[in-house]
Design a protein. Structure first.
Length: 235
């Protein structure tokens, strides 16, 4: 079984009626519902839980962590970010969703501003530009989201290991919508769709991308990276 933890700051769904209509139980519960199957077991965590719902023992039992945040990135304590980073470097997979591009953990792992252009709401056409990648398995050459927040280049990230998806918006902008990175022993995937006011996570193609990503992000093993002072092997 792949052990997944879906983390959500869980703000808009509680404070805005319009968002609650789209995700009545929160984005995290919607993702849990479609992701959980006989190969994947899912728990959820939210910002207002003790330790943000992801204390050491939870992360130690998490193969892949999903991260959705938007308005309360700054409320995630630095010690939680340190802990997540430590687990990613040891091999835990990390899937950063949509506005998670500005989360403390993603910026920490990228080392750049992760800034981008944005505008609410536009039609998006997503192109699969690396069809041989495991995350793209079974995903069409292109598919459309009738309404999604526009995220446009320049996206200030380091050059990805692979760009799997490219987004085009009706306003004319393009965006690297699905990118992979490696940090230490850990795999990272950033996936752009998922603005809270659109039912993006109910789209079966989006669900399939996320499911593929969870399988790809799951580590074979987790290894601490030590820094030992060692004796010479040759005398
Ligand atoms: Zn958004």
């Amino acid at each position: 079984m792949i052990r997944v933890t879906v983390w959500n700051e869980f703000l808009h769904e509680q404070t805005e009626e319009e968002i609650r209509k789209v995700y009545p139980n929160g984005i995290h519960e919607c993702i849990k519902e479609f992701l959980q199957d006989d190969e994947i077991t899912v728990r959820t965590a939210t910002l207002d839980m003790p330790d943000c719902g992801i204390p050491e023992e939870v992360l130690a039992q998490t193969d892949v962590l999903l991260w959705w945040g938007h308005a309360r990135h700054q409320d995630v304590p630095d010690e939680v970010v340190d802990r997540v980073q430590k687990h990613v470097l040891q091999g835990m997979g990390l899937l950063v969703l949509h506005s998670g591009h500005h989360s403390k953990i993603f910026r920490r792992l990228m080392g750049t501003t992760c800034n981008l252009k944005w505008r609410d709401a536009d039609r998006e056409r997503i192109w699969t530009v690396h069809p041989a990648h495991p995350i793209a398995k079974g995903i069409p050459e292109h598919f459309e989201l009738p309404q999604e927040e526009m995220y446009g280049e320049q996206f200030d990230i380091p050059t990805p290991d692979d760009t799997v998806f490219l987004g085009w918006f009706a306003g004319g902008e393009v965006f690297r919508s699905g990118c992979t990175f490696t940090r230490g022993n850990g795999r990272i995937f950033y996936f752009q769709p998922g603005h809270e006011s659109n039912p993006t996570y109910k789209n079966p193609v989006i669900q399939k991308v996320i499911r593929n990503a969870v399988h790809w992000l799951c580590p074979e093993q987790r290894i601490e990276i030590p820094c030992p002072n060692t004796e010479s092997l040759e005398k």
